[in-house]
Design a protein around this ligand. Structure first.
Ligand code: HAM
Length: 427
C-alpha cells in the first residue's frame, strides 16, 4: 500500500517552491528596509504558551491545536501561530534590555487542525513581523504600511486592508457587557456556538458566519462607538498616517480577529483568487502579552501573511526556470568522466548543467535532454575530446554544429558561444 501525506499536510514541489522562495526574497528585502531582523523559532512549544497567549476560549485553542504528551508527560503543541513564540523568546532572552525596541520577523510552518479547503490547510506557512516596545500609533501605521508594501511587491490581486479598533482594558469590558446583554436578549436566534460564546467570548458574536446570527446581531453595538478617549485618539492617528500615505484602508467595525491577545488596532488583508478563505493576512496590537508571559510592560504590534494564500492570489508567478542551460551527453563510460568534470567546472561558474549517462545511447540521451528542456546538447565523445572541440546540437532548431565548443571550456565562453549560435552568427 502506498503511504501518502497526512490530510491537510502538503508537499511543496519545486515549481511551487520557487513561488515560496520568490515571496520570501521579496519579504526579506522589504523587512531589511524597515529594520526587521529574523528570528528562527522552534516548532514545538509548551501547550500553556498558546493557552495563555491566544486564549482558552478561541477556536484555535479549543479545537485546532495539535497537542500531545511528551514521554515525560509534558504537554506540547505544534505552534498554531508565531506571535506567542516571539513574545516568549523576547521575555526569555530579555530582549527589552538589549534594545528598547525590537523589530523581528519570522518565516515558517504553523499547524491548525481546521477543515481543509481551498487556501486552508493543516500545515501552512506564515511570514510574520512583530514590533515590540512601542505603543504609539506611528508604529501601528508603519507595520500596516509594511504589510501593504509587501502585498504590492508580491503582486497580490486586488488587496484590501480592513481595520478596526478593539479598545483597551479601560473601555472594552463595559462594551463587552453591553454586547453580551444585546446577544442575551436574542439568544433564541443564535446558533449553538454563539450561545456558548455569549458566556465565554462575546466579541465573536460579531463575526459568526451563521445567517440567523448575522441577522440577530445586525444592529449590535460596535466597539468603535464605545472607545475611550485614548483609544479613539490612537485609532484616529493610525488612520491619518495611512491615509496620508494613500494606503486604501476600509473601516470594518465588526472585525474582531480570532485570537484573544489583541487590543486597539486590528487589521486584516484580503485578496482575490482565494474563494471563501480570502484573508491573506491579519494582525494587530497586543499590549498585555509580554506581561502575561512574565516580561516587562512592553506593548507590541505585528501581523502574519499566509504563504499558501499569497501564492493563490498572485497576479503572476515568479520565474520557476530550472531547465538546464546545457546537457552534456557522454559517449561511453570513459567520456562520462570527462563530461562530469566539465559539468562540475561549469556549475561552479553558476551554469545550470545536466549530464547524461555514458551507458545510454546518444539517441536516448537526446530524448532525456528534450524532456528536461535543455536548449543545447554537447556531445562528449573520445574523438571530440581528442580534437579538443565538441559538437553542439541545437535542440530547438534540431541542428548540429560541429566543433563549435572547445574542451575544456569555461562557462562564460560556452554561454557566449551558445548565444552566438542562437543568433545564427556561427558556422
Ligand atoms: P491569523 O489571522 O490567525 O493571525 O493568521 C494569519 C494568516 O495566516 C491568515 O490571514 C491566513 O492567511 C493564514 N492562515 C491561517 N490559518 C490558515 C490555514 N489553516 N491555512 C492556510 N493559511 C492560514 C495570526 O496567526 C497572528 N499571529 C498574526 C499576528 C502577528 N498578529 C500580531 N502579530
Amino acid at each position: 500500500m502506498k503511504i501518502t501525506s497526512v490530510k491537510g499536510f502538503h508537499d511543496i514541489l519545486p515549481e511551487q517552491s520557487a513561488q515560496w522562495s520568490g515571496i520570501e526574497a521579496k519579504a526579506r528585502a522589504i523587512f531589511a528596509s524597515y529594520g526587521f531582523g529574523e528570528i528562527r523559532l522552534p516548532i514545538l512549544e509548551r501547550t500553556e504558551l498558546f493557552r495563555r497567549g491566544i486564549g482558552e476560549a478561541t477556536d484555535i485553542v479549543e479545537k485546532e491545536m495539535y497537542t500531545f504528551a511528551d514521554r515525560d508527560d509534558t504537554s506540547l503543541t505544534l505552534r498554531p501561530e508565531g506571535t506567542a513564540s516571539v513574545v516568549r523568546a523576547y521575555v526569555q532572552h530579555s530582549l527589552h534590555q538589549q534594545a528598547g525596541f525590537s523589530k523581528l520577523f519570522y518565516v515558517g510552518p504553523m499547524f491548525r487542525r481546521e477543515r481543509p479547503q481551498k487556501g486552508r490547510t493543516r500545515q501552512f506557512w506564515q511570514i510574520g513581523v512583530e514590533a515590540i516596545g512601542r505603543d504609539d500609533p506611528g508604529i501601528d501605521a508603519e507595520v500596516i504600511l509594511l504589510m501593504h508594501d509587501l502585498l504590492a511587491a508580491i503582486g497580490v490581486r486586488a488587496p484590501r486592508i480592513g481595520i478596526n479598533s478593539l479598545g483597551c482594558a479601560a473601555c472594552r469590558p463595559a462594551y463587552i457587557e453591553t454586547l453580551a446583554a444585546y446577544g442575551r436578549a436574542r439568544v433564541a436566534a443564535l446558533c449553538e456556538n454563539c450561545t456558548t460564546r455569549l458566556e465565554r467570548n462575546p466579541l465573536r458574536l460579531l463575526d459568526c458566519k451563521v445567517e440567523t446570527c448575522g441577522v440577530a446581531m445586525a444592529d449590535a453595538p460596535l466597539m468603535l462607538d464605545c472607545l475611550c478617549a485614548e483609544c479613539s485618539a490612537h485609532f484616529g492617528r493610525v488612520r491619518a498616517a495611512l491615509e496620508r500615505e494613500s494606503v486604501p484602508i476600509e473601516l470594518q467595525p465588526r472585525m474582531v480577529r480570532g485570537l484573544d491577545y489583541y487590543c486597539r488596532t486590528a487589521f486584516e488583508a484580503t485578496a482575490e483568487g482565494l474563494g471563501a478563505q480570502n484573508a491573506v493576512g491579519g494582525g494587530g496590537r497586543y499590549d498585555k502579552l509580554v506581561k502575561t508571559f512574565g516580561g516587562p510592560d512592553a506593548p507590541g504590534v505585528g501581523f502574519a501573511l499566509g504563504v499558501e494564500r499569497l501564492v493563490l492570489s498572485m497576479r503572476e508567478p515568479f520565474d520557476a526556470t530550472l531547465c538546464p542551460e546545457v546537457f552534456l551527453a557522454p559517449l561511453g563510460a570513459a567520456s562520462e568522466l570527462d563530461a562530469i568534470r566539465m559539468a562540475h567546472r561549469l556549475r561552479s561558474d553558476g551554469m545550470r548543467v545536466e549530464v547524461g549517462s555514458g551507458d545510454k545511447s546518444l539517441k536516448s540521451q537526446m530524448r532525456l535532454a528534450d524532456k528536461v528542456g535543455a536548449p543545447y546538447v554537447l556531445i562528449v565523445g573520445e574523438e571530440e575530446l581528442a580534437a579538443g572541440a565538441l559538437t553542439v546540437r541545437d535542440m530547438v532548431a534540431k541542428r548540429d554544429h560541429e566543433r563549435a565548443v572547445g574542451y575544456p571550456c569555461a562557462a562564460a565562453e560556452l554561454r557566449g558561444m551558445l548565444e552566438r549560435l542562437s543568433a545564427n552568427e556561427l558556422e
